[in-house]
Design a protein around this ligand. Structure first.
Ligand code: ADP
Length: 193
């Protein structure tokens, strides 16, 4: 069994960039957040359960209606929590299948919610990417065409960085350029054992 390293960071921290660097170095990476988005269309049992919870409008012509669902569950924990309780176990099963098919000594599991969902407890080690809020906001605005306030609102809903820093085994401070991020990523990889 490969050793699983949980790779996490808040929005705009640079975790996807680090994931790509790791892939370039030959490490398999499982993108949990992307897989969660795919699985709602792939898994027919899950699909039925989501329709049971949110109604048939959750799918339009068989395709997950992300906009409808987002509007319906936004700020509504009575729906958001049960929805997450349907999606997360399905992703967990998909991840376990994926891990079992990997030959590498180390694999990385990228997920924004590693600590929030206590998934780090199921990992060998955790790697946190963090950066100053202002930089994260600026990078996300450039990437996603969002306003300062929109990104700030997302950051405020996420677990505070200081709490994540306490929980992480490895931390990369992504406050400089991409070359520094590459060097820092190499340093973490070289420490893994
Ligand atoms: P996350 O996946 O954590 O939301 P990304 O890896 O997508 O973050 O990074 C957010 C944006 O910032 C991307 O457009 C990425 O190319 C850019 N970026 C990340 N790190 C740096 C850096 N050190 N210097 C410049 N741009 C960066």
């Amino acid at each position: 069994m490969p050793k699983i390293i949980g790779l996490t960071g808040g929005i705009g921290s640079g975790k996807t960039t680090v994931a790509k660097l790791l892939e370039e170095k030959g490490f398999p990476v499982y993108y949990s957040d992307d897989e969660a988005k795919n699985i709602v269309n792939k898994d027919s049992v899950l699909k039925e359960k989501i329709i049971g919870l949110l109604g048939s409008e959750a799918y339009s012509n068989g395709v997950y209606n992300r906009k409808y669902v987002a509007e319906k569950v936004f700020n509504n924990s009575e729906l958001l929590e049960p929805l997450n309780h349907l999606i997360h176990p399905a992703v967990k099963i998909d991840f376990e299948k994926w891990v079992n098919s990997q030959k590498s000594e180390f694999v990385f599991k990228e997920t924004a919610l590693l600590f929030e969902l206590k998934l780090h407890l199921q990992c060998y080690k955790s790697l946190l990417i963090t950066a100053d809020d202002n930089l994260r906001i600026k990078r996300t605005m450039d990437r996603d065409d969002k306003t300062y306030r929109e990104v700030e609102a997302i950051i405020q809903k996420q677990m505070p960085e200081k709490d994540k820093i306490k929980l992480a085994d490895y931390i990369i401070y992504n406050n400089s350029d991409l070359e520094s991020l590459r060097v820092a990523t190499d340093a973490v990889v070289n420490e893994l054992n």
